[in-house]
Design a protein. Sequence first.
Lengths: 437, 250
Amino acid sequence: MELKDKLVSSFLAFENTVDVDAAVHDIRSQAIKTFEEKGFPTKKEEAWKYTSLNTVLKHDYSIFSKEENALDFKDIKKYFVHDLDTYKIVFIDGKYSSHLSETTHEKIDVCLMSSALTHEKYSSIINNYFNKIAVQDGITSLNTAFSKEGAYIFIPKNKIADKPIQIIHFSTGNESAQMLQPRNLIVAEENSQVQIIERHQSLTDNPVLTNAVTEIFVDKNAIVDYYKIQNDNQNASLIDNTYIEQQTQSIASVHTFAFGGNITRNNLNFYQKGERIDSILNGITIIEGKQHVDHNTLVHHTEPNCESHQDYKGIFDERATGVFNGKIIVNKEAQKTNAFQSNNNILLSDKATVNSKPQLEIFADDVKCSHGCTIGQLDDNALFYMRSRGIAEKEAKALLMYAFANNVLESVKIPQLKTRINKLIANKLGVNIGFDL
Amino acid sequence: MLDIKDLHASVEGKEILKGLNLNVKAGEIHAIMGPNGAGKSTLASIVAGKEEYEVTKGNILLDNEDIEELAAEERAHKGVFLSFQYPVEIPGVTVTNFMKTAINETRKAQGLEEMPAKDMLKKIREKSELLEIDRKFLSRSLNEGFSGGEKKRNEIFQMAMMEPKLAILDETDSGLDIDALRIVANGVNKLKSENNAIVVITHYQRLLDYIVPDFVHVLYDGKIVKSGTKELALELEEKGYDWIKEEINA
């Protein structure tokens, strides 16, 4: 059976596990219809021209994990930023692990989507925010149809989360192939602040397909920083759909560190709904083999005096392929918008490919919008210069790549996370020199 | 120390060095002069190990060891240093961190421990004072936005940090005003000892007023065609290169 048919027919079984009388369930029922109609995206769609899901969709995925699986913290400690005190929301094969998690309801809510969707005390937040900005395309609708579990974070007015929050999804490989569909909701009310680190990690080479949807609401003057670490195994594919709505004078940043996985597609959408908003989209991609990473971004400016800053760096070796598709829309009313976009790529091999496409739709006349895209190689003269100072070729190349990616790394506000990412990069580049550029 | 014998080298099939001989002993300063296109910078790059040049004949010996097959970094580990005519801009890497990496990578290759941070800082302070380099300068990206003079001064600062056995200064005087020239030359002279050697490649005699060579060679059409003492440099300054060309063609 094709995956699409399997998913649609699984919906009945899924309905036995949720409250079909809840208001949310109408949304799910509608969503499965949308998915049935639209299905998975194909390369015929402009936005998916360079990313094919065919090879990923052919596996016979388990839609629901059959059993509860446990993990020992010591075996998976390395996937956490463990030298940092954080709240933790941990899932194993899509199921919540209370053993590995550290949640809270004190002043802020850091807990589970399954609670939020079923408990009365969250119903007004769910009614106000759930599925309000997620778009109605096939893939997001699929997630919405099966939305049941994920992270729920609520930071009330004037509260600052006292420590960062880590959201980690493990897949154990106990199923021969597993599909996961986490659904996250993050609401940061007026004047609040929160930092979130997210990671998807499969622990074996069994195929995993994650189709994640995260909705983030950033109210007036609130600050949300979201860090995504995508360093999964070679048979793990990820479609990560993130929707962010920002109100006046809020700041939201999403950093995406894509170092692994099979096929990774990031759909990152920012909707600005007020004035003097700042949206920051940063990314470092370092991949090799036949890995594929596709960043598909949208920033929609609707009000005057707002800014957006996009900076994506990519390093591609062997037959790796990258895509950057950055769309900026500036409405007629959004005068004095400053929108910047830059996408720089280094190809280390003749067989690596990058497709970079800026799309600017500007309807206001008094705006500053810029986009720049480069695709190049490491500079031979720079390499010789460094080698003539005793730095071996591999280290010289690594140093140049570090320097290339450094301004994105510099924008990471959590020092322990920055150190961790630094190490991941060193590991990735196969060098053992502690650069502190 | 450096013994180059009958060196022939080409780039993209074009022969640039055509049987060059040069012998430099420890404690000596040699100047190599010559008209544009004679092969001066090629010689510097080949000794430092630039890969795009192909040595078709002859040998380059450093302390009696053939270094022809060694990579640029391995030559650096053995004490070869090239001060670049056109230092490369490397955005995102600060001068300090570049030097730290260069020194520690070299020490690693020599089987030594990394230099303790305290010693490194002390050395950086000492050598930057020698070259009259502002501390702020050291935390800037390597060569990025540096003036011509700053780049050259930074090259000699790197030389001071690396303490090479053999330093080749490729047109270090170009782009320097007279004050900077004095500072750079003073730095080079302070680094000079009985145990190291310096090869100065230059167009003009001016630098040789400050860095006084023991020997002066004229490189023309891929060969050393004339050698002498520092007086030869003065003669070249006065008469240009045409008389040498005539001498050879005669």
